[in-house]
Design a protein around this ligand. Structure first.
Ligand code: PLP
Length: 461
């Protein structure tokens, strides 16, 4: 085929082939690090001084742009997969998952419809069905991989409200003055964001010292309310990794005719670990749940698995209709775009699929279990050390602790220095106004010795 003279961009010419090799070489270099340096963020002014204009009328050329990326831009991003990255919730993709992310990019697959992406959707669905089985949901459960937990929570709640609204319409009952869902104060910020977008109320569920919401707490909070369309439990809070009492919450939600959603973006992967499966007892009551492969299922950004007990309810809420889409939506096909607030999508579940197919589910159980065991081991060490205190016993793989007498400024200084010395990325945090710091352990390459070494740096500070 000859290339139209107007198109200089798609031609497979000598320059493009050279660029291809250079890009593959870069990807190889990045993946060969053991580990990649942590690196450090820079300010906009610092970057402006280092990076000449790159988006110009004629372009600067791929080789120049790649060099700039490798030498300036990439080192200005912190390497989330470094085993010393212990802040927020990191990501630790397997080699297989990262490699397959490259394949997905090279494959130009539209993952929104069965008609276009059947093979990819089939493989993604096998992963979603496995997750549904692990959680104990019945056959027929299914869903879709969306960009992240924020979008997963929103999509599930939209399906829940739609279901409640349709039920009211059918029964002839008047609509409530305000729709509302219930969750605890420890629930993730994305739920507040969903409530704002949906223009619904959040019923805050007060919880005791344990930080664990249970069914009685929920029952007390929702009794006075008309229009409670969902109860959201957290399967591993982002800060402490606390798993709410899922069974009693699910039972109360259903007694009130409400949808039971489990936000397990970080923690639900913990159900794979034999030692922790019991914490998730009752997750099988969920009408929907989410879990982020980019958090604790060893896949690269960005992916959230969103699973519904009855996917038809989600489809009724989310399917987009348009004349030019009828050819897709009027078939009985399984179209991933129908199950969330989105349309076009990359088949972002494939990196996890490939890694699972490569290593087997057992390797995942072992990896998650090892993170949990490590969290408990370092927690015991923190508990033992004079001058250190756990803020609470870890449940999954997050360990929150304090150094006696340290102010927020002390943590901040120490944290900056650790990163600067390429030792670790552990940011200051706080709980109930008291400064602290935390280890979020989702990388099987993180060692006990490395964590002890970090504690040692707090001794001599
Ligand atoms: C991280 C997290 C989210 C949000 O997920 P994103 O993928 O960052 O959008 C939601 N809920 C919980 C419990 C989380 O830990």
């Amino acid at each position: 085929m000859t290339t139209p003279p107007s198109d200089r961009m798609h031609a497979l010419d000598v320059d493009t082939l050279k660029l291809r090799e250079e890009v593959f070489d870069y990807a190889r270099r990045r993946m060969n690090y053991e580990p990649a340096p942590l690196d450090e963020s820079k300010t906009p002014a610092e970057l402006a001084a280092l990076v000449p204009p790159t988006v110009t009328e004629t372009g600067i050329g791929g080789l120049t742009a790649l060099k700039l990326f490798e030498e300036v831009l990439a080192p200005s991003c912190i390497s989330v997969d470094n085993p010393g990255f212990l802040s927020f919730i990191p990501a630790a993709p397997t080699e297989a998952a990262t490699l397959f992310d490259l394949v997905v990019s090279a494959s130009s697959i539209y993952g929104g419809s069965w008609a276009e992406g059947a093979g990819a959707v089939y493989a993604e669905n096998e992963v979603l069905q496995w997750l549904a089985r692990e959680a104990g949901l019945p056959d027929g459960a299914g869903g879709v991989f969306v960009q992240g937990g924020t979008l997963g929570n929103l999509s599930a709640l939209v399906a829940a409200r739609h279901t409640a609204k349709v039920a009211r319409e059918r029964s002839g009952e008047p609509m409530p003055r305000r729709w509302a869902f219930a969750c605890s104060a420890e629930a993730h910020s994305s739920l507040k964001a969903a409530a704002r977008v949906m223009d619904v109320e959040i019923i805050p569920v007060p919880i005791g010292e344990s930080g664990k919401m249970n069914g009685l707490d929920v029952a007390a909070a929702v009794t006075e309310w008309d229009g409670v369309f969902a109860v959201v439990a957290t399967g591993g809070t982002t800060n402490f990794g606390i798993v709410d009492h899922l069974r009693s919450i699910g039972e109360i939600a259903h007694e009130h005719g409400a949808w039971f959603h489990v936000d397990g973006a970080y923690g639900l992967a913990g159900m794979l670990a034999p030692s922790s499966r019991h914490l998730f007892d009752g997750v099988e009551l969920a009408d929907s749940f989410i879990v982020d492969p980019h958090k604790w299922l060893f896949a690269p950004f960005d992916a959230c698995a969103l699973v519904y007990r009855d996917p038809l309810l989600a489809k009724a809420a989310h399917t987009q209709h348009a004349e030019y889409l009828d050819v897709l939506t009027e078939t009985g096909d399984w179209n991933p775009s129908d199950y969330a607030y989105h349309l076009s999508r990359r088949p972002r579940g494939l990196p996890l699929w490939f890694s699972l197919a490569t290593h087997g589910i057992g390797a995942y159980r072992d990896a998650v279990e090892s993170n949990i065991q490590l969290a408990h081991k370092i927690a015991a060490e923190i508990d033992r050390r004079p001058g250190f205190a756990l803020v609470r016993q870890p449940e999954l793989s997050n360990v929150v602790f304090t150094r006696d007498g340290w102010s927020a400024a002390d943590y901040a200084r120490w944290s900056t220095d650790l990163l600067h010395r390429d030792v670790a990325f552990v940011v200051p945090s706080s709980h109930l106004g008291q400064p602290n710091t935390r280890f979020s352990i989702v990388n099987p390459q993180t060692t006990y010795e490395a964590l002890v070494q970090i504690l040692d740096t707090m001794e001599n500070d």
